[in-house]
Ligand binder design. Structure first.
Ligand code: HEC
Ligand code: HEC
Length: 267
């Protein structure tokens, strides 16, 4: 039994370097670092039509950060969107995508998060519009907008396609910006990746209006460099997704994402 426990423990001990790559793709520091602030110490404002939400302190500070958290607390937050007391988080924290993360990737992210230097910054209170305050509104939203559950590969598809689907739907959380939402912020699953007005992000579905007309090589190059087929460079929030996220992936991972995006008949 001792040996088995030891093996289990080492299987769960994450790889912080891989965690850093995943964190870049998942935008953890982008949302959890104030301008000029310590990395991951919180304070970045996420502005939505439902209010302004502040990414909290993720550093190892015991009082204001995650210093007192267990791995289980972290896993529950990312994949089930609940705090250690069981209270639901607002979906400005994209756990709607992170719920797809496989256990190994959660462990790698945990290893990465634990080595963020502790910073004693108190997390800022959210400014939620009155209609959306309180557990009832959040409960309603979760019922409609949150489908918890790890990514399930489609066995009829290739390994590369499934890797791409996982990276897009899970850590890449591409749909958080690119999928249109209803007036109460519920993602329109039947129109996944077809473009959104809040935030304003273009259609990147496999149709002609999206990236359907792009050559595979152009899409791969875009994910590495941010260059559009016409030679222009992408801007705004997308340049950060490229710089901190997709450019740090392996060439195989970018190819897999492009394959999936160009051949996507399911959300
Ligand atoms: C789009 C912005 C955004 C991204 C990307 C994001 N977060 Fe967050 N996160 C938030 C917001 C906003 C909250 C606060 C939610 C609430 O209080 O209801 C939050 C809350 C959390 C919490 C709960 C903290 C606490 O003290 O209860 C954890 C843990 C967390 N995020 C980890 C992460 C990790 C790890 C990543 C990357 C894998 C990540 N977040 C990516 C915005 C984001
Ligand atoms: C934080 C929001 C956000 C996230 C997350 C995001 N995008 Fe974007 N994306 C944008 C915005 C905004 C633009 C438009 C940028 C501009 O105006 O130049 C864009 C542009 C693009 C374009 C260029 C489309 C065109 O026709 O010009 C592609 C392709 C793209 N994104 C793919 C992705 C993929 C793949 C992911 C997931 C890895 C992703 N995006 C994640 C916001 C986001």
């Amino acid at each position: 039994l001792g040996l088995l426990l030891l093996m289990l423990a080492s299987a769960l001990a994450g790889d912080a370097e891989r965690g850093e790559v995943l964190a870049g793709l998942a935008g953890c520091l982008a949302c959890h670092t104030a301008e000029g602030g310590a990395p991951g110490a919180g304070g970045h404002a996420v502005k939505t039509s439902f209010g302004t939400f502040y990414g909290s302190n993720l550093t190892a500070d015991a009082e204001h950060g995650l210093g007192a958290w267990s791995y289980e607390d972290f896993e529950r937050a990312l994949r089930r969107g609940r705090d250690p007391q069981g209270r639901a988080y607002y979906p400005a924290f994209p756990y709607t995508s992170f719920t797809r993360l496989v256990e190994e990737d959660v462990a790698d992210l945990w290893a990465w998060v634990q080595q963020l230097p502790p910073s004693p910054e108190p997390s800022l209170p959210h400014e939620v519009k009155p209609a959306y305050r309180g557990p009832a509104a959040l409960g309603l939203w979760r019922g409609l907008g949150f489908r918890p559950g790890e990514f399930r590969p489609d066995v009829r598809r290739s390994e590369a396609w499934n890797l791409g689907a996982y990276l897009v739907q899970g850590p890449g959380h591409c749909g958080e910006c690119h999928t249109p939402r209803t007036s109460i912020g519920v993602p329109k699953r039947a129109h996944a990746l077809e473009g959104s007005t809040s935030p304003r992000a273009p259609d990147i579905s496999a149709s002609a209006e999206g990236v359907g007309g792009w050559a595979l090589a152009d899409l791969v190059a875009f994910l590495e460099l941010g260059m559009l087929p016409d030679g222009d460079f992408t801007g705004g929030e997308m340049s950060r997704v490229i710089d901190e996220g997709t450019s740090a992936l392996s060439a195989d991972e970018r190819l897999a994402m492009a394959l999936y995006l160009l051949d996507r008949d399911a959300p």
